[in-house]
Each structure stands twice: as C-alpha cells, then as structure tokens.
Design a protein around this ligand. Structure first.
Ligand SMILES: [Zn+2]
Length: 276
C-alpha cells in the first residue's frame, strides 16, 4: 500500500494555485492554513473558484488537512477564537477537506492547565455536535506551563471529558515532541514515546505524523522546525519514526521551513523513498 505523504503548503496567492502545486508535486495529501502568508488576510475566492477547488480536491487527494489558525485557542477561558474556528471549519467543509488540525491552545484566563483542558473539552464537544463530516485532529505541541498538549498526559485527561472520543484523532509532530522533551531521536526514546502515546490516547487514533526536524534542542520547549536532516532529530530517526510498525497507518506531512520548490520536491522524494 502506498503511504499517504505530502507537504504543508503556504498560501501565497490563491487556494487554487496551492492545490495545483500539491498536484504537481504528485502528493496524495496536503495541508494548509486559510490565512495568506504575506498579508495575514483570510483566503477569498473569485466567482466559481470555490467549486473548482472542491472538484480538484475530490479528484486528486486521499486526505486534505486544514491547519486551524493560531488565533484559535480553544483551551482559553474567553476570547477562544471560536468564531474564527467555526468560519475556518465551515469553509473546509464546503471545500471537501477531510480533517482539521488544531493545537490544543493555552489555558489563558484559567487558574491552571487542568481548567484549560475543561474549556477545551467543552469547545470540542460543541464542535463534534455541530460537524459530523470533518475529523478534528489534535496536535501535540512543544510548549509547557499553561499550554495544553505538550505533555501527552493532557490528552488522557482531555479524552475523559469528550462525549464521543472515537471521533477525535491525533497528529504527532516529531519536532514538537522533541522540543517538549520526548527524545524521539533515539531508538529507546521513540519506543518510550510511542508507548506513552498508546497509553494516553491509543495508537489507532494517530491519523497523521508531522514528520519535522527540530532546530532547537531536546526539552527547549521552543517550536522551530528545521529542514529534515539539518536539525537535531536527524534523518535516521525521522525514517525510524515514519517506518515504525505501530505507525504505519498514519499519513505523513512535512512542515518545512521556506525552501525553493526544487528542494521541496527533493525532500518529498526522499521521504517517499523511505516508504517500504
Ligand atoms: Zn505540526
């Protein structure tokens, strides 16, 4: 079976151009934000363009991921970005996206992280009730303190509060895990991490890997992706993670620093060549 492998693409012009780029790269999955990189404005469509995008998505991809914008902070007590989240998810559904990835957010305004987890669970339960045609995917993060989802135990606590836990999926970001302090660069560290993921959320719920290298050191709690092979995790460990027998069912997305198109293709081809 061919692995589902692709890139997170930056929106610079139109969504249609972005989809065409993923098609040119022969990817069967892609991820993007709905925010234009340069202007931070929200994606817009010419007459008929949305329908054309929907059609291209349907014909060319196994999965398409929206990465929710960083203004969405569902673990926050107030100003949690619910309206932005709603707007983004509704557009993603119109376009036929399969998944929406969100960072759990930060427990702002809450007395502690536990309270943030409660607010997050309420927002997620509301989203589950509202939307049944797109899968919500929670991503582990690099941060500690008031940020939910650096420590994988947060997800265990969260899932106990979710009304339909089978409908929530997970994204494992290797760079975030490493920066948080899980040493996925070593054989034993990766085994320990996978055992912990299994115990906290269940490996079958891991839908996608963000197979990223980390520019910052183990436990730095700083989220800075490096070009695979140029960071502290390294190619050998990234390959080991992607090919781990317990993660074979997960799709693979690379979230690269800004690179030339040719370099992106080179890295995609390298990762595709790892697929056994
Ligand atoms: Zn990520």
């Amino acid at each position: 079976m061919v692995r589902t492998i692709g890139l997170h693409l930056r929106l610079t012009t139109t969504l249609s151009d972005l989809i065409d780029k993923a098609i040119r790269q022969k990817s069967n999955v892609m991820q993007c934000f709905f925010i234009l990189q340069e202007t931070l404005s929200y994606v817009s469509f010419e007459e008929g363009e949305l329908e054309a995008c929907r059609q291209k998505i349907k014909e060319n991809f196994k999965e398409v991921y929206l990465h929710a914008s960083y203004w969405v902070n569902l673990a926050g007590m107030r100003n949690n970005g619910w309206r932005t989240f709603k707007r983004e998810v509704e557009l993603a559904r119109q376009l036929g996206f399969s998944h929406v990835v969100i960072h759990p957010g930060s427990a702002t305004g809450c007395k502690d992280r536990q309270e943030g987890i409660v607010y997050l669970s309420k927002a997620l339960n509301r989203a589950l009730e509202k939307y049944d045609d797109i899968t919500i995917v929670l991503e582990n993060t690099a941060h500690g303190k008031t940020s939910v989802g650096g420590d994988l135990e947060d997800f265990r606590a969260l899932m106990a509060l979710i009304t339909e836990p089978h409908r929530i999926a997970f994204c494992l970001d290797t760079a975030h895990a490493y920066a948080y302090g899980y040493d996925v660069s070593t054989v034993q560290g990766l085994e320990d991490f996978i055992t912990l993921v299994d115990s906290c959320v269940g490996l079958e719920k891991v839908r996608v890997l963000h197979l990223n290298d980390s520019e910052k050191e183990l436990g730095s709690r700083i989220d800075k992706h490096a070009t695979p092979g140029k960071g502290r995790i390294g190619l050998e460990a990234l390959q080991r993670c992607m090919n781990h027998p317990k993660l074979q069912h997960a799709s693979v997305l690379l979230e690269l620093p800004v690179l030339e198109d040719a370099q992106e293709i080179e890295l995609l081809d390298m990762v595709r060549s790892w697929d056994k």
